[in-house]
Write a protein that binds this ligand. Structure first.
Ligand code: DHH
Ligand code: MN
Ligand code: MN
Ligand code: MN
Length: 303
């Protein structure tokens, strides 16, 4: 079994510098050899991929409120090609962010190869704002709306085919959802297990209910997109949009272990590790949790 680490040193979907250094920190913490130890054949194309794209885009004025729209779109298009080509060769892409706008690329790539794939989105945020509903214009708060084809089409993002259907995505960990996003979730009947449901049912039941919704026979490919800010800030402090009241260390790892156990995982994103936002020990802790989440999603067990 082979996997390819797709390092995406990209921060254009949000304003805080440093998240582009996420990949190199995860690599330098030893992730490739940790995954080899789990029995994976590991390909790694380097941690400077996609960096040259921004150089060719000399002017990138806002489109409405959207910031860095052309760079975000072009980088995600390149990521989609990279993830898609690995998937085509039966290699499991492990994308290291970088901000969560990159999921427009990773999930597009997955759906190219696995049109029937479902998406499990672990996040404090719904990342489903449209150009009409976003307050910040930060595109890391919008990837899901593009993948679903919601909102007014934007020519610069025309490459994104609206292949994702509302009943093929499920959220776990939500606790900071904008008013516009709540409306979109309701109107589209999108299933979301917030931290309230995690408290109520426990993580085991929530994962079971989430998978029952998007993958009832456990026979569909799963794309797991994990934003480390889904975890409580005491667990993953060095991230751009921390929100209190998040998943415990174990709850985060349980999700990854349970997804691996389905045998359906075809793609993994570990996003929003920003190694420049906290003290050294907290950065180390956040990077280490990114590595251990990846290991748990890729077969590491406690016994
Ligand atoms: N909903 C906020 C925050 C988005 C956070 C994006 C990512 O960290 O999940 C926005 O639209 O700017
Ligand atoms: Mn370097
Ligand atoms: Mn996110
Ligand atoms: Mn988030």
């Amino acid at each position: 079994k082979s996997l390819a680490i797709v390092g995406c040193p990209f921060s254009g979907g949000q304003p805080r510098p440093g998240v582009d250094q996420g990949p190199i920190h995860l690599i330098q913490a030893g992730l490739p050899s940790q995954l080899e130890e789990l029995g994976w054949k590991v390909q790694f194309d380097g941690h400077h991929q996609f960096e040259d794209i921004a150089k060719f885009i000399t002017s990138d004025p806002d489109i409405g409120k959207l910031k860095n729209p052309r760079v975000v779109s072009k980088v995600c298009e390149a990521v989609a090609k990279s993830v898609g080509s690995h998937a085509k060769q039966g290699v499991l892409p492990v994308t290291l962010g970088g901000d969560h706008s990159l999921a427009m690329g990773t999930i597009s790539g997955t759906l190219e190869q696995y049109p029937d794939a479902c998406v499990v989105w672990i996040d404090a945020h719904a990342d489903i704002n449209t150009a009409e509903t976003t307050d910040t214009g930060n595109i890391h708060g919008m990837p899901v709306s593009f993948l679903l084809g919601l909102g007014q089409p934007i020519p610069e993002f025309a490459w994104i085919k609206p292949q994702l259907k509302p009943n093929k995505i499920v959220y776990i960990g939500l606790r900071d959802v904008d008013a516009g996003e709540k409306k979109i979730l309701r109107e589209n009947g999108i299933k979301a297990f917030s931290m309230h449901e995690v408290d109520k049912h426990g993580i085991g039941k929530v994962v079971e209910l989430a998978l029952d919704h998007v993958n009832p026979k456990r026979d569909l490919p799963i794309h797991l997109s994990f934003d480390v800010d889904a975890l409580d800030p005491t667990v993953a402090p060095s991230t751009g949009t921390p929100v209190r009241g998040g998943l415990t260390f174990r709850e985060g790892h349980y999700i990854c272990e349970a997804i691996y156990e389905t045998g359906c995982l075809v793609a993994l994103d570990i996003m929003e590790v920003n190694p420049s936002l906290a003290k050294e020990e907290e950065v180390r802790q956040t990077v280490a949790v990114g590595c251990s989440l990846a290991r748990s999603a890729l077969g590491e067990t406690l016994l």
